[in-house]
Write a protein that binds this ligand. Sequence first.
Ligand SMILES: Cc1ncc(COP(=O)(O)O)c(C=O)c1O
Length: 401
Amino acid sequence: MSPDTRATIAEQVKCDILPKNPVLENANKAKEIARTFISDTVTVPTPEMYAYATLATTGDDVYHDPSTVALENHMAQLTGKEAALFMPSGTASNQIALRTHLKQPPYTVLCDHRAHIDNYEAGGTAFHSGASVKAVVPSNEHHLTLADVEANVILGSDIHFAPTEVIALENTLNGTIFPQEEIIAISEFAHSHGIKMHLDGARIWHVAVATQTSIKELCEPFDSVSLCFSKGLGAPVGSCLVGPKDFIKKARWFRKLFGGGMRQTGILAAAAAYALTHNFPQLERVHALAQKLEAGLERIGVEITSRAETCMVFYDPSPIGVNYDEIAERASALPEPLFLGGSRLVVHIQTSEAAVDDFLALVEELAQEKKKAGFVKLDVPRKANGFKDIYVRRVTKSSDN
Ligand SMILES: Cc1ncc(COP(=O)(O)O)c(C=O)c1O
């Protein structure tokens, strides 16, 4: 190859992905993140997190990078399990866990009908494990109970049915906390029938903070647990699957098979370790901000449909005559916009208090405008059968002017 050809190929291959002004661009992004209530996955690494991450080992993790192994050992110890495995995502962690538990079809995975594994993992449970899913609606509308599980579990050897092989719970689920006594009762029932227990603990950190329960105690009733670093804890990438030694050994095999065997993961593991040390203690402030949101909305007359038990609040603004689109439109038109995602408000470690104040002021302003325009709430009592209140916008003559 001539030097000219070599230079031409190098010219074709070379690449610069950085924005013109990275400092400004990232500063603007940070402002946007502080005002984003859509998800806690939007959080970004800080310069301090980056600085710590650059000091990690640079081994190839398919052959056990030391910093990644150190994180895995820490996670095994923290959760009280024998072993741990660093994963590229929460979806990979959950799906590889299920694939490792599920060996020979037919079988069913029982979970809450709102579970991430059933709704937001692209049908992975059927695709990867050939399992059917029994998605159960909790009778108390909050969390599954032992009675719900007993009513929906599939036991026995009738060949018409696919027996329940795994019960997969989620904690938190939509920001709500699964009572530990109920988890223990379900776990005892499951294990007495040889059923495995998996926990999607993407946000188990929040439960530990809100209930002051150790991570180990929260994980105890489960055979396997998936914990995420890239949501509430604010690391850029990564989750961890924990469980018995043999289980993790097999999961490592499936991780490779699924294409999730990563190479120089030390910087990612170090970012996760930084998040455990420095970001976990911030969750108390996060929960307090979510509670401030909830209290403010209630004061204005907005209905809270799922309480701020941790970092999320679900709300319905129809009692003040407002809909989500109106709020989102007004929020995006602010000099410093707010970014919203419908009925769910998520607070994270990079949410600013000003964003919470501005959001509440905006909803209050809309409520006042509607009131002036003649909106009244009709007091139709909520029925036991679940029918909602009826709200109307009554347009009076004066409001037409
Ligand atoms: C409860 C829960 N589990 C699992 C996941 C999947 O995580 P990932 O997006 O890293 O695949 C998410 C993602 O938000 C989640 O909220």
